[in-house]
Design a protein around this ligand. Sequence first.
Ligand code: 6PG
Length: 248
Amino acid sequence: MDGSDNRHVIAVSDAEALAKIAAERVLARIASNAGRVAICLTGGSSPKRLYQLLATDTYRNQIPWDRVHWFIGDERFVPANDPLNNMGTARQIFLDRCAPASNIHPIPTDTADPEQAARRYESQLKSFYGADRLDSTRPLFDVVLMGVGPDGHTASLFPDYPAIAETERWVVGVPEAHVEPFVPRVTLTLPALNSCREMLFEISGLDKRAILTRVLAGESLPATRAHSVGETIWLVDRAALPENFRER
Ligand code: 6PG
């Protein structure tokens, strides 16, 4: 399965509209689960506006913070307070102001190496999930946010790296990145990322158009292979949308 079968592309006007629709979708997923909610955040610049919106009164007041847990799909292996740290960025923009500390689940980066961090995070995820094996009828996450890089990577799953082929592990260490920033990474694998009710890609700007053209053509890239066991949404703004592409 290449992931295109449950993929739905939603075209929006610009980055601001994109962040608002993403925020509405996150809220809708939270509202549809009366129990404990798990949201897997992402790094890079694409989700920053969404994070800012979630901290504004309009959205903040609608989130039952006590029962929402926040994870991260990949991390740069740098100290928690380094500007490159993905969870550090999310914490700074909204989590530290809004979420109880015990509901924030960063990938540790104070371990000996990325592999040890990966093992530790995998065991945290398994204990949160309450089982060692993923059951597609009971997804790990309610929402997984994603971005795409110029080489078609998503999370820190780079084209042709062993991590993309992983079928057992939930989290792995990635000793070298394929694109900037060139720091080691820790990433959730496809089995873990795909275990969600909704996977939500945010794709904005002309710079993304070339790679999005390849993804939508079905080329086998990590971002194409990432797809939820539930719904997979690609939120795309006009600048990023390939010419002649119509909503499907
Ligand atoms: C990371 C990300 C990565 C990111 C894409 C897109 O740690 O770098 O999680 O997968 O989502 O590279 O990045 P931008 O949003 O900055 O374009």
